[in-house]
Design a protein around this ligand. Structure first.
Ligand SMILES: Nc1nc2c(ncn2[C@@H]2O[C@H](COP(=O)(O)OP(=O)(O)OP(=O)(O)O)[C@@H](O)[C@H]2O)c(=O)[nH]1
Ligand SMILES: [Mg+2]
Length: 178
């Protein structure tokens, strides 16, 4: 860390803490993404019950990850974490076209939440290792992905959490925009 960065940090002019909210439908790969970031074995991941909190340090930033269950019965829980959120990851199973409309509805709700209006979002087109995965362009159309705007930084990142591809780059982009 350079002198200038240290100084800015001392003055409270750069962020040192990030509240990362990880959303998406059940089975999309949220906890597998988290396992990649905490360097836990991805094979051990099981469906999340309610939510899980994990902390990780990335380049001097203390990142607290709220890994929400995508199960319908827990959607109510999500909003309680909005106020502590400074960055969002939305994870999609790109091969599960049958659930694109459902994912779209859930995504639009998150995008329109007042508390999250200015929060940067990384949209992960996950499971790109699967032969049936939709292309990022197809996903962008089906889920009505927004363009980045003055109000919110938005980025689509193709990835495979299982193979560990695209996660690092995507996370870097997100942390650069908090
Ligand atoms: N092929 C493939 N499978 C993946 C990928 N990422 C996750 N999976 C698998 O998808 C399944 C669900 O992954 P999870 O990480 O538990 O999904 P989740 O979104 O946390 O699910 P909930 O906690 O139920 O909301 C697991 O069998 C993972 O191994 C990927 O990039 N490619
Ligand atoms: Mg999970």
């Amino acid at each position: 860390m350079g002198f200038l960065h240290k100084l800015l940090k001392k003055l409270g002019l750069v962020k040192t803490k990030v509240g990362l909210l990880i959303l998406g439908l059940s089975n999309s790969g949220k906890s597998t993404v988290v396992a990649r970031l905490t360097k836990e074995p991805v094979e051990d991941v099981a469906p999340t019950v309610g939510f899980a909190v994990e902390s990780v340090k990335i380049e001097g930033l203390a990142v607290t990850m709220f890994d929400m269950s995508g199960n319908q019965r827990y959607h109510e829980l999500w909003q309680h974490y909005y106020k502590d959120t400074t960055a969002i990851m939305f994870v999609l199973d790109s091969a599960d076209r049958a659930r694109f409309a459902e994912a779209d509805a859930v995504l639009q709700e998150v995008l329109h939440a007042e508390t999250l209006k200015r929060v940067p979002m990384l949209f992960l087109c996950n499971k790109m290792d699967l032969a049936l995965a939709a292309s990022p362009d197809e996903v962008a159309q089906a889920l009505h992905l927004p363009a980045a705007s003055a109000a919110r930084a938005f980025q689509l990142q193709p990835c495979s959490a299982l193979e560990g591809k695209g996660i690092k780059e995507g996370t870097q982009w997100l942390l650069d925009h908090v």
